[in-house]
Design a protein around this ligand. Structure first.
Ligand code: PEP
Length: 251
């Protein structure tokens, strides 16, 4: 049985003070929801405040990116060791916004994934096709390619700490959600790629989330699908009622 993982991605929203206030609001709403792991991936500057605010609750804190080098002349970057020491447990890697605006490639996604896993972090690796790629009929090829590139040199043992988020680019922040069948199909392609690399057993155990305009209204239907093991949630993770309703839907 795979556990649901419901993870928020705050993107570039929330100051440390706002982060503390939002987590204080969320804590009682998600308490005792033992059927899923609850994660909030927050801006780097918010990490200490978020960890402090989440103490004594079932909310785990994640980062939104990690650099692939251990240390050195990489101004503005944050290493996996820094995140671990701060108390971070998860990290989002290869979000489509980073691929689109910050030159992230399949190769750097792979290097960041390895750095995160080697440091003991849980990696939430994002893959997804653009609308143009979908319309050209490349969804399966692309999802399998991105998944395999991201997981190159990852060991079977490390796969326990890998979560893959299928996030169709056309559904992120647009209000256009994939249908539950499209989400299930996309997640199925990702799982098939994991099976081709690591075998059926590991593929069955790997958590594959859906992300892209998931909200309190559509979560139950998306999460009811065989291959959908949770969600990576942007906009709706900034509101305590909507986010906790998604956690409820995962019960
Ligand atoms: C995301 O940022 O990963 C995301 C899915 O955003 P939204 O839920 O706002 O579409």
């Amino acid at each position: 049985m795979r556990r649901y993982v419901i993870a928020g991605n705050w993107k570039m929203n929330m100051t440390p003070a706002k982060a503390q206030a939002l987590i204080a609001e969320m804590k009682p709403l998600v308490a005792g929801k033992d059927n899923c792991d609850v994660v909030l991936c927050v801006p780097a500057i918010d990490i200490p405040a978020a960890i402090e605010a989440a103490k004594g609750s079932n909310i785990k804190i994640g980062a939104e990116n990690v650099h692939f080098k251990a240390s050195g002349a990489y101004t503005g970057e944050i290493s996996a060791e820094m995140l671990v020491e701060a108390g971070v447990e998860y990290v989002v890697i290869g979000h489509s916004e980073r691929r689109q605006y910050f030159g992230e490639t399949d190769q750097t996604v792979n290097l960041r994934t390895l750095a995160a896993l080697n440091a003991g972090l849980k990696a939430i690796v994002c893959v997804g096709e653009t609308l143009e790629q979908r319309e050209l009929g490349y969804t399966e090829t692309l999802l399998k390619f991105q998944t395999k590139m991201a997981l190159t040199n990852v060991t079977a043992e490390q796969m326990k700490n890998v979560i893959i988020a299928y996030e169709p680019v056309w559904a992120i922040g647009t209000g256009v959600t994939a249908t539950a069948d499209q989400a299930d199909e996309g997640n199925g392609y990702v799982r098939a790629a994991v099976a081709e690399m690591f075998g059926a057993e590991i593929a069955e155990q790997t958590i594959v989330q859906y992300g892209g305009s998931m909200n309190d209204k559509n979560a139950a239907e998306l999460l009811s699908k065989e291959n959908v093991d949770g969600g990576l949630i942007g906009g709706a993770s900034l509101k305590s009622a909507a986010f906790s309703a998604i956690v409820d839907a995962a019960q």
